[in-house]
Ligand binder design. Structure first.
Ligand SMILES: *[C@@H]1O[C@H](CO)[C@@H](O)[C@H](O)[C@H]1NC(C)=O
Ligand SMILES: *[C@@H]1O[C@H](CO)[C@@H](O)[C@H](O)[C@H]1NC(C)=O
Length: 253
């Protein structure tokens, strides 16, 4: 055999080997799916006509690119850190045009800033992806993966996946407490509102598409300390009033 032909063959098999290696690596890592609000949105709202967006500085100043990405964070957010632990690249926002082919096997992020458990939470942000729509997108995602891998492999990928749901903070911050005498606060005393939210949350979680997956819930209790302050600055709210109320609602419930 001519030496250059041999070299070509060798190179070819090396390339094939590398290509196969990447494919294996992609399908070996556990897929990761994210549902929820701004605490975990990594850019979906950039694709929507909404005011709930993080596409301007100072968002992203500590991100590797030092640019806003749509994450409501100065740098990485919780899903990014979980992806690191899984040994996977960060998931793409579901609405990203880059989410195609093999990238689908990493998982997807369906979260959308502003949403809550209730459909009327975040109504002021108009065009956001409410949780029921996020779950419909998840079904659509599964069809796309089935087309790529076949139905059995797609089912396996989803059943072995990790799911993060971060939901409920906005039902308090942006719905109950946003303005004094909000509709929901006139309708419900706080303990009854909490019961109502839990009841509605349970309904969401019984959807068929989530059964069989491992779910991490981010606890509502973190709201008082993580999510309220950034929201407050944009709504010019009386900080201490709101933090106080949320602190006391945590204590009561
Ligand atoms: C919220 O909206 C979805 C989609 O329109 C609907 O299926 C669901 O029942 C609604 N939830 C409530 C509590 O009304
Ligand atoms: C709310 O609770 C946290 C932790 O329990 C405390 O550090 C903070 O001072 C409280 N805030 C107010 C306004 O009471």
């Amino acid at each position: 055999m001519h030496p250059s032909l041999l070299l070509l063959l060798l190179l070819c098999s090396l390339v094939c080997f590398l290509a196969l290696g990447t494919l294996c690596a992609v399908s070996d890592a556990r897929a990761f799916f994210i549902f929820g609000d701004s605490l975990v949105d990594n850019g979906n709202n950039n694709y929507l006509a909404t005011t709930a967006r993080a596409d301007a500085p100072p968002y992203g100043i500590d991100y590797p690119t030092h640019r806003p990405t749509g994450r409501f964070s100065n740098g990485l957010n919780i899903p990014d850190i979980i992806s690191e632990y899984l040994g996977a690249e960060s998931t793409l926002p579901y609405l990203s045009p880059e989410l195609q082919g093999e990238k689908l096997l990493v998982g997807a992020n369906f979260a959308s800033a502003g949403i809550g458990i209730l459909n009327d939470t975040g109504i002021q942000f108009v065009n956001i992806i409410r949780i029921s729509r996020q779950l419909l997108y998840f079904e659509e995602y599964q069809e796309r993966v089935s087309a790529l891998l076949g139905e059995d492999q797609a089912k396996k990928l989803v059943n072995q996946a990790l799911v993060l749901i971060t939901l409920g903070g906005n039902d308090f911050v942006n719905n109950y407490y946003l303005v004094p005498y909000s509709v929901r606060s006139r309708e419900f005393a706080l303990p009854d509102y909490v019961q109502f939210i839990i009841f509605e949350y349970k309904k969401i979680l019984t959807v068929r598409s989530l059964t069989g997956t491992s779910i991490i819930f981010q606890h509502l209790k973190s709201v008082g300390r993580t999510c309220v302050l950034p929201s407050l600055s944009s709504f010019k709210f009386d900080r201490s009033y709101l933090v106080d109320s949320i602190n006391s609602s945590e204590k009561k419930n």
